[in-house]
Design a protein around this ligand. Sequence first.
Ligand SMILES: O=C(O)CCC(=O)C(=O)O
Ligand SMILES: [Fe+2]
Length: 269
Amino acid sequence: MKTDLSNSQIDAFNEDGFIVIEDFLNVGELENWRATLAESLAIRGGNKLPDRKSVGTLDDDESYYDTVFTQRLNLWMDNPNMRDLILDPEIGRMVCDLGGIDGVRCWHDQALIKPAWGNPTAWHLDTPFWSFFDKNAISIWVALDDATLQNGCLYFMPGSHKETTYENPGITQEFNSIFNHYPQFRDVMPTSAPMKAGSCSFHNGLAVHSAGANITPYDRRAMTCAFMPDGSTFNGQQNILSDKQVAALKVGDLLNNEDQNPLVYSRNS
Ligand SMILES: O=C(O)CCC(=O)C(=O)O
Ligand SMILES: [Fe+2]
């Protein structure tokens, strides 16, 4: 893995809210990530989460969502091989360097497979979905197939993370509904982020982003993970937490349960 980050890459991430790392994985690593994803999907079966079929509040219109991507969350929980890959402390260190933070926990990993002929991923923010508020939540998105302008690569609105709030338009069938909440982005020219298989991006969860339709007969596979700064607290939103977990939490409680949100990297340890 190419885990070194230069100061200019860190500066670009802070300025734009995203960064692409070409050839993050070498050929052998890419092969391993693909095989581990296939293994994880087979273990998981049809459930989106380890303990249940759907995400509840995340998917208001599940049948439409399924045409945007096949989504499987927290694969690390039921496959130790996936845990080794996606919760690698080296990735956690990169996230800390990019966000200028001291430690990170896993919020959730997520396989996102845009199926052949899949619909586009509407412009959205990530952080407002989640059960904590933090301006430095960061996701990694690893391309396991070439992600192209034709099969649904990512697009970002540079600098948008500096202006957005926790207001969430969600991922709906209306590709541009973000402009109802943030009309100032109507005039921004987005950056496309095509990536060769094995390349990756990091993005701030408050950066406005989307992905195109998959106009090919092949799936577009990506493995992603959302990282939460260590010390984040519960904001009252359920997101991927179970009813039981939510019942046991009060707003303001630390989200530091190692079985749910393991510490991936800390500068202090
Ligand atoms: O892969 C996609 O289509 C969308 C990815 C995304 O929104 C994310 O990783 O936050
Ligand atoms: Fe997203």
